[in-house]
Design a binder for this molecule. Structure first.
Ligand code: 13P
Length: 275
């Protein structure tokens, strides 16, 4: 059943677990995510950025993914990931999404807050939840590449101010994770997550879940993370399974990808849900 992002994250915050947010790009990937959530009896977030949504076709997503998610036995939020432009936010609201992320984190604080406020005023009348980001992560964020050296982490006081001034439902924080696989040993700043969550009473979001060590993820969740984003590990499971297959048939070529992807999701949901 489709529910808002806020519904899922407020509940997770209260109970000290995190909801897995997984990127989809096809019905196979949607199926892997929903089946995993249903089997574990846990909520889940289906998310895609404009890049994936343009590839799939927004109408197809609205009709096929929105419908499938709403019929699921699991509680599901359909979320727009990393939107750099207001036009994608509007399209997501029109397309039945229950959450949107505006990513204006490459701007200075004031511009980021102004853009975020505009998104909140667009989304709230439709009951659509809003996630925004403060601080910069290393790696590739949508279309904007942030060099590791340039990246800076979220300031706890700014985070509290940003949440209060914008009226967002969830805040993505930069605390040492990267998008994509890590090139060096990850250094996750759990103390910073704790400091942010002590000052800002809002569900926090950890981007760059792939390759982040399980013990660090657990600590991050206990410190205040309520949503963990995973894309690369999920996609990589499909890719490796496809590459191994030498059977040019639907079941031979595609089923191993969906099964390998589903296994990744099952393990992540268990980890994030303290199961
Ligand atoms: P990974 O690709 O590192 O899993 O990050 C996904 C993400 O944060 C999407 O917003």
């Amino acid at each position: 059943m489709l529910v808002t992002l806020k519904t899922l994250l407020d509940e997770a915050k209260e109970k000290f677990y995190a909801v897995g947010a997984f990127e989809f790009w096809s019905l196979d990937s949607v199926r892997a995510i929903l089946e995993a959530a249903e089997e574990l009896d846990m909520p889940v977030i289906l998310q895609a950025s404009a890049v994936e949504l343009n590839y799939m076709g927004w109408k197809n997503v609205e009709r096929a993914v929105g419908y499938t998610a709403d019929k699921s036995a699991a509680r599901v939020a359909l979320h727009l990931d990393h939107s750099m432009e207001i036009k994608w936010v509007k399209l997501a609201i029109e397309s039945g999404f229950t959450g949107v992320m505006i990513d204006a984190s490459h701007h200075e604080y004031k511009e980021n807050a102004d853009i975020t406020r505009e998104v909140v005023s667009l989304a709230k009348p439709y009951g659509v939840s809003v996630e925004s980001e403060l601080g910069r992560m290393a790696g590739l964020e949508g279309a904007v590449s942030v060099e590791e050296a340039e990246a800076f982490q979220t300031d706890p006081d700014d985070a509290a101010r940003f949440a209060a001034e914008t009226g967002i439902d969830a805040l993505a924080v930069a605390v040492g994770t990267v998008h994509g696989f890590y090139k060096t040993t990850p250094k996750i700043n759990v103390a910073r997550i704790k400091a942010i969550s002590e000052k800002a009473d809002i569900p926090l979001v950890l981007h760059g879940g792939s390759g982040t060590p399980d013990d660090k993820v657990r600590d991050a969740i206990q410190a205040g993370i309520c949503k963990v984003n995973v894309c690369t590990e999920f996609m990589d499971a499909f890719k490796k399974a496809y590459q191994k297959s030498d059977k040019p048939s639907v079941a031979g070529l595609f089923k191993p990808g969906y099964l390998a992807g589903k296994e990744v999701i099952i393990n992540k949901i268990k980890l994030f849900g303290n199961k």
